[in-house]
Design a protein around this ligand. Structure first.
Ligand code: NAP
Ligand code: GDP
Length: 341
């Protein structure tokens, strides 16, 4: 097969890591880039990709831009990573989230039908589909119960992908990916918010890290491992649906503790609920504080995935787990802030 790929969401966390993986494998990568007033190329620069990928302007809201971009790319593989991806924002902008994260998927599938139905397709599905979990450990067969407009929009994207596979015989796969993080994670997501704030506090640029619910639990892996799974799905003879996860779950509190230790703090928790504070035992300063503005209208309390199907069928294994991930992100942000960012 010709090694040409089309990636939406190129400028996002996963887009950057996937583009690097594909370029290293000898692919010609064309990335869809939405027009923005501010610069969104930071991740591509950090991975030294600016001259190694082609960029084409377009938007998941605009089907004609997708058809044109896909046709010109000559791609044999399409990875749909673009989305309004932040759960909290999905309550503020539920309709935009539905348009981009939900209907955007069928716009791209329609572009494939028009340009060439033999193009292979990857849809970025999510563990947020499980929401109010129906089984203690979630696998491909666990029923969905999304808990946010984001989760509901992704549910549409998930099923429309399966529907196009069954209706039009498109080689379309979904990856039900549990949370995956990295030094390039968006700064609004809790892991990166924590490591960036702790680095700023360490360097005297910030006093306090404000967080919402400290007790929810997530199955956090490393984005660099997860993009490998995306690629493997499109190399299979048959399209399918796969969970990518580490099989471990940890609280936000634990992530704070591990990252803080790497940064040289020693956190002791005081108080309860909205009064909870994290005090650095070494300096006696309260550096973490709960702020209810970060609570969500409906919470996903706990997620833990079973990646055994991906392990068996794809040979996929996550290399980096919780403590190493927190350490990697914390060290990267200490360097990032020390470098003047
Ligand atoms: P991300 O960093 O938020 O990146 C999202 C990308 O989508 C950005 O490049 C963004 O461009 C682009 N985008 C947003 N609206 C668009 C539009 N209307 N048209 C075209 N592009 C648009 O997300 P990520 O963490 O890399 O995640 C990648 C995908 O996996 C997303 O679909 C996400 O929902 C899904 N997912 C992520 C996780 C996770 O833990 N990271 C887990 C499961 C599923 P701008 O930056 O210019 O807006
Ligand atoms: P999500 O799993 O896609 O919603 O990823 P996030 O990183 O945004 O949130 C993970 C969990 O962290 C959720 O249960 C949030 O309620 C919780 N959380 C607690 N405080 C914060 C915060 O200040 N920001 C974010 N983004 N999440 C927080």
């Amino acid at each position: 097969m010709e090694k040409r790929a089309f990636v939406t969401g190129l400028t996002g966390q996963d887009g950057a890591y996937l583009a690097r993986l594909l370029v290293d494998k000898g692919y010609e990568v064309t990335g869809l880039v939405a027009r923005r007033a501010t610069d969104s190329m930071e991740r591509l620069r950090r991975l030294d990709l600016m001259d190694r990928v082609k960029m084409v302007e377009g938007d998941l809201m605009d089907t004609s831009s997708l058809i044109r971009a896909l046709k010109n790319s000559g791609a044999r593989e399409v990875y749909n990573l673009a989305a309004q991806s932040f759960v909290a924002t999905s309550w503020e902008q539920p309709i935009l989230t539905g348009e981009v994260t939900g209907l955007g998927v069928v716009r791209l599938l329609e572009a494939i039908r028009i340009v060439d139905p033999a193009i292979r397709f990857y849809q970025a599905s999510t563990s947020e589909l499980y929401g109010l979990i129906q089984e203690p450990v979630q696998s491909e067969t666990t029923p969905f119960y999304p808990r946010s407009p984001y989760g509901v929009a992704k549910l549409y994207g998930h099923w429309i992908t399966i529907n196009y596979r069954e209706s039009f015989d498109i080689h379309a796969s979904t990856g039900i990916l549990f949370n995956h993080e990295s030094p390039l994670r968006g700064e609004e997501f809790v892991t990166r918010k924590i490591t960036l704030a702790l680095a700023n506090i360490k360097h005297g640029k910030q006093d306090t890290l404000y967080l919402g619910n400290l007790d929810s639990k997530r199955d956090w892996g490393y984005a660099g491992d997860y993009v490998q799974g995306m690629w493997l799905m499109l190399q299979q003879e048959k399209p399918d649906d796969y969970v990518l996860a580490t099989g471990e779950t940890h609280t936000i509190r634990e992530f704070v503790e591990v990252a803080a230790e790497v940064a040289g703090f020693d956190i002791a928790w005081e108080g309860e609920g909205e009064q909870t504070r994290g005090v650095d035992r070494k300096s006696g300063k309260p550096i973490v504080q709960v702020d209810p503005q970060f609570y969500r209208p409906a919470e996903v309390d706990v997620l833990i995935g079973d990646p055994s199907k991906a392990r068996k069928q794809l040979g996929w294994e996550p290399e980096i787990k919780f403590a190493d991930l927190a350490e990697m992100m914390m060290k990267a942000d200490l360097d990032w802030v020390a470098g003047g960012n």
